[in-house]
Design a protein around this ligand. Sequence first.
Ligand SMILES: Nc1ncnc2c1ncn2[C@@H]1O[C@H](COP(=O)(O)OP(=O)(O)OP(=O)(O)O)[C@@H](O)[C@H]1O
Length: 336
Amino acid sequence: MKIIEVRGLCKEYRIPDKEPGLAGTVKHFIRPRYRTKQALCGVGLDVEAGESVGYLGSNGAGKSTTIKILTGLLSPTDGFVRVNGLEPHRDRKKHVREIGAVFGHRTGLWWDLPVIDSFKALSSVYEIPDATYRGNLDVFTELLGLHEILHVPVRQLSLGQRLRADLAGAFLHSPRLVFLDEPTSGLDINSKAAVRQFIRHLNREQGTTVFLTSHDMGDVEGICDRLVILDRGSKILDEGLDRVKHRLATDRHLIVTLPEAEEAAEVVRTVHTHTAATCTMLDRQRLSCSFDRNTVGVAQLVGLIMRHHEIVDFELREPALEHLVQRIFQRPPSTS
Ligand SMILES: Nc1ncnc2c1ncn2[C@@H]1O[C@H](COP(=O)(O)OP(=O)(O)OP(=O)(O)O)[C@@H](O)[C@H]1O
């Protein structure tokens, strides 16, 4: 079942076209002039219930604009948008009861209230049945380690604590769909891992649909199954994460550590004679053999080296998702 349906989505912002200085301000006050900024042009997107989608793009690509439209905070300039079967900006009151949203840089909780009182307030706003509230609170407190902060006012929390509380708050009413805008921005490694595990758990175990934007590829790899990439307001890629990796990550690097530096030249000769891999020395005893997995098999390369030489260790490196996304930006657009 489709939970998000978007066709031909366009958004233009109207920006004051003002000359600098006081004279410009006065002139603009008397006769205002505006120019338009096209933030989204013709974006189409279908998301099935239960999917976890990473919505990526460079700064200014239009990610937040899309999320604001999908959550009903902004109205589109043009196009068809349905979320949970509703038109977000028109059916806003009904719409917000059925979604959850976390904007990493803003809290959805009450600043002066202790976390638990914020949760109780959310429970009454969303009219959460008592059993659902208690069940979710227990599970989220455990998964997100909220025990020691439940009675602390939100304004006294560290960024990591606040974000964990925000996440729990966004999921308390068991929404079918959550929007997450930079949910781990500024967190330490342990907090990032806890947040990713929590989101993944709800996606896998409860089938909550996740729509995430992040500049952190660890979030995308830890949470998402599908990548949608925007570039200057247009969609340039929409594909499963595994497929993207399989299609684009064909280069591999085998790092070989040798017992003796003197052996290196011989290993290079063996590799160059029998395979299409190319070798580079990393230091006196370590060399990197680079190859395309469609041309050279890993087992073939490792077997060849081990048959002819003694080695201390080897490690296979694949390109990081960051590099794959960079490659996608360097290609001409394939979808719209
Ligand atoms: N309120 C606004 N008024 C005018 N222009 C805006 C407004 N909000 C966003 N824009 C412009 O629209 C474009 C898309 O912005 P948006 O915030 O959606 O990008 P983004 O992909 O979320 O970027 P980032 O990764 O930096 O958060 C940008 O060129 C931005 O300058």
